[in-house]
Ligand binder design. Structure first.
Ligand code: MN
Length: 724
């Protein structure tokens, strides 16, 4: 088992005045937390976090990362909480441990359909801080190294996942050492026979090739010495997986793969790199198309080197890589090495001494503009690219990419417009959630639909995707317009009966085309929808229609001021009120309806309710039904006043002593007060009193109260009240 001193010694070798106390405390905490736990190997569990921390130190990472390596399994595998970690070791360490824990909790195995690239993106999005990935990769590398203790089916699953997800991530971060080791371990478990063949073959060739390698190294050393260039030359066998890939790709046997051994020349400066390249090319003929200058054009993960393949002394191909010591560090440790140069302060001195050599590093630093703190520099290397996105699964295991803050409604629309339009509810990770819940990375979403359900206007308050927004708006607009037109026709007919105009016939006769024109609308439907939206009163339109008909047909029709109607349903009454041109503050451009239950009157406190696809329903603020409504759909509204005279239904109850002619008197008073009686019932009690209940039409609350007070003055009327 690795000792903690080995780790702190390594850290001290590359950080001046390191915070070793943090690492020591993390070690003691981890040892206690994992006490009694065993690895499958039979070793104490602590051996694992120690190995991970050692790998992180070898990668030259900072103290919080090494401490996080020691603590990385405490939250997942012991009863330690993340808050405890934060209290004892600070937010920075806690954030890294938390990130690693979240990735570890993801069950990628069950998401077989998900594309590996999407899972990698998801991990990047979840990691936020690049150090989370470093710890996760070190964790995976040690687990792969000890995979032999797992059951064989587990070995295959873990090796495949490593191959699909973690080694490409290591590659992306430029951690070639980690990538190489992971790939060779994967090959060992996934294709044991191939691994064995290559191993045996290399051993055979190694003995044959030793002389050859020494010969080439000797020739290269000669070139450097003749030209007074300081440098070191290595002959390195390519890793087994890359040999396997090459054999596969080019259909070669192992004996046919010539550049199994790559030579690497490490020199002091970029200038020397190009000098060596020129010397090599003058001695051996370069193979065309094989020269790559990654110094002037670094790879995206910051890898730099010169690569060339030449025809060697025995007519064989030799691959030669030429780079500086710094580039070598980057190639092994990736981004970590960049940070390391900044951290140790070595970069500044070298940058001044040889600006050319570090132009690429300065360029990266330019990107990070004016960051003093190396830790800040590290954090700024986060994957901003992925920070604004969240990756979630369909029940089938497919990955959907959504913007940060997206909800099940966004998810539903991302599947199909029809799924979005009819979604009624959603399960996230098997549990029902509100449609406005915010989705998190790795969530599995199941959406429920019902053909009868429609998009709701309040979805617009929480959806994040443009697709959901436009589809909902489009649906509501179409839906409301259709409704407003139907409503307008009903309102016109009702008002028409009152004014003795046959609206249906007038429409058939084409009068409404003329009317639309008079009201400056291009189309009859536009006129109608404006009536439905309460922007124009039916009375105004019919008044105009009446005039037009008179002009054309010369028909003078009597318009009775009041007229008894046949019984109307509650629904009709609600719509009837909506027809009046009422301005309601807080509601704009929306279908307004008045609730049938409380029939609010102008002048009394009201509250709006955003109904599902049927506009805003106005209730009296005291309506007992409000408490049964969904709170988030309630809307503060108030009468703006100054509206045209309009009629609103109200229910009244009059209790009176039975007496002859009383009903007529009551009707007369109501008529005198300009109150229209819509309908009414009359009940006699045995005690000689009667109860009359009327549905009347009044302009506002004041009108109703004045009228009720007047009714109360009638002899034998005991009580006159509004029913609610
Ligand atoms: Mn672990």
């Amino acid at each position: 088992m690795i000792r903690i001193n080995e780790i702190t010694d390594v850290v001290s070798s590359y950080i001046d005045d390191p915070d070793l106390d943090l690492i020591q405390r993390a070690y003691i905490f981890s040892a206690r937390a994992h006490e009694g736990q065993m690895r499958l190997s039979g070793e104490p569990y602590l051996a694992h976090p120690l190995s991970v921390a050692k790998l992180l130190a070898d990668m030259r990472l900072d103290e919080p990362t090494v401490a996080a390596g020691l603590l990385h399994d405490t939250v997942e595998d012991t009863d330690t909480s993340i808050d405890e970690i934060a209290d004892l070791f600070g937010e920075e360490v806690a954030d890294i441990v938390d990130g690693v824990t979240k990735i570890s909790m993801m069950d990628f195995e069950s998401k077989a359909i998900a594309k590996a690239e999407n899972i990698r993106k998801m991990i990047l999005a979840m990691a936020e801080d690049i150090r989370v990935l470093m710890v996760k990769l070190a964790d995976r590398l040690h687990n792969m190294r000890t995979l032999g203790f797992q059951k064989s089916y587990k070995q295959l699953l873990i090796a495949q996942e490593t191959m699909d997800i973690y080694s490409p991530l290591a590659n992306r971060l430029g951690l070639y050492m980690v990538k190489r080791d992971l790939e060779d371990l994967c090959l060992f478990y996934l294709k044991p026979d191939v691994y064995q063949d290559i191993t045996d073959g290399l051993e055979r060739q190694h003995t044959i090739g030793k002389e050859y390698v020494d010969n080439v190294i000797g020739l290269l050393t000669g070139i450097l010495e003749d030209n007074q260039i300081e440098g070191t030359i290595y002959g390195r066998t390519k890793h087994k997986y890359s040999i396997h890939k090459k054999m596969q790709r080019q259909g070669l046997s192992l004996d046919q793969v010539h550049d199994i051994i790559a030579f690497r020349v490490i020199v002091d400066s970029v200038k020397d790199c190009y000098s060596v390249l020129g010397l090599v090319h003058s001695m051996w003929k370069p193979v065309s198309g094989k020269f790559k200058d990654y110094i002037s054009i670094p790879k995206a993960n910051m890898y730099q080197s010169l690569h060339t393949t030449v025809v060697g002394p025995e007519g064989e191909r030799i691959e030669i890589q030429i780079r500086t010591e710094e580039m070598q560090q980057v190639s092994e440790y990736g981004v970590a090495a960049h940070w390391q140069y900044k951290e140790s302060g070595r970069s500044d001195a070298k940058t001044n001494r040889d600006a050319e050599r570090f132009s690429w590093l300065r360029q990266i630093m330019d990107w990070q503009r004016e960051l003093e703190d190396p830790r800040e520099f590290m954090a700024s290397l986060r994957f901003d690219l992925f920070n604004d996105e969240v990756y979630v699964f369909t029940p089938a295991g497919e990955i959907k990419e959504l913007p940060d803050g997206a909800t099940p409604v966004d998810f539903a629309y991302s599947i199909h417009t029809e799924v979005g339009n009819h979604c009624t509810g959603a399960k996230v990770n098997g549990r029902m959630v509100p449609l406005n819940s915010v989705l998190k990375n790795g969530d599995t979403i199941e959406v429920f639909t019902d053909k009868k359900r429609k998009p709701s206007r309040d979805w617009l308050k929480f959806v994040k995707t443009a697709k959901a927004r436009t589809r909902i708006k489009h649906y509501i607009r179409t839906e409301e317009r259709t409704r407003s037109i139907i409503l307008a026709k009903e309102l016109l007919e009702k008002e028409g009966r009152r004014m003795n105009i046959n609206v249906a016939k007038a429409m058939k006769d084409g009068y409404f085309v003329m009317l639309a024109d008079e009201f400056n609308f291009g189309h009859v439907d536009d006129l109608l929808s404006n009536i439905g939206y309460s922007r124009i009163t039916p009375r105004k339109v019919l008044g105009r229609l009446h005039a037009v008909m008179n002009e054309i047909e010369g028909v003078e029709e009597e318009i009775p001021k009041q007229e008894q109607h046949q019984h109307e349903t509650e629904e009709d009454k609600a719509k009837g009120a909506a027809a009046s041109s009422i301005d309601i503050e807080g509601v704009d451009n929306v279908l307004i309806r008045f609730a049938g239950c409380c029939t609010p009157l102008p002048g009394e406190p009201i509250i709006g309710y955003i109904s599902r696809g049927r506009g805003v329903v106005i209730h009296s603020a005291t309506c007992p039904n409000i408490k049964n409504l969904e709170e988030e759909r309630l809307l503060n509204v108030s009468w703006t006043g100054g509206q045209e005279e309009s009629q609103h239904p109200a229910q009244i109850r009059i209790r009176c002593r039975n007496s002859k002619g009383l009903l007529a008197k009551i009707c007369a008073v109501l008529t005198e007060m300009d109150v229209n009686i819509d309908s009414g019932t009359f009940k006699s009690d045995l005690d000689g009193s009667s109860v009359l209940e009327f549905t009347v039409e009044v302009t506002d609350l004041g009108h109703l109260h004045r009228s009720l007070n007047k009714v109360k003055t009638i002899e034998n009327v005991l009580e006159a009240t509004r029913l609610s």
